[in-house]
Design a protein around this ligand. Sequence first.
Ligand SMILES: [Zn+2]
Length: 126
Amino acid sequence: MNKVTSMVQGKCPHCQQGDVFAHKQFYHPTKFSKMNETCDHCHTSFFPEPGFYTGAMYVSYALAIPIAFLVAMGLSYGFGASDEVSLGAMMMSILLMTPINFRLSRLIWLYLFGKTKTNQSNKYIS
Ligand SMILES: [Zn+2]
């Protein structure tokens, strides 16, 4: 399995076997954000340092805005929708994409900047 496939499937960046997120249901309102502390396969920490995922907000923004923009422009120019309808659809697209966007942005951040270590002593538990 290559890194991109592993990332999209929510697998550990080190061993690509264990799951980063605790639940498979990514649209459950309370479960979609629950992450495992460590990989259950190789014990790599998914929380390398305190506040590690703060930077994932920028990734989330970079993922959400182009989609919302395309939805609004598609409705406005493609279907002649009013500005209010386009704005509402844009906000709904952001809202509906939140669970996917949340998970994908954290996974991208973890794969890019998470220095994954197999050593148990490097494990940080928040
Ligand atoms: Zn692992």
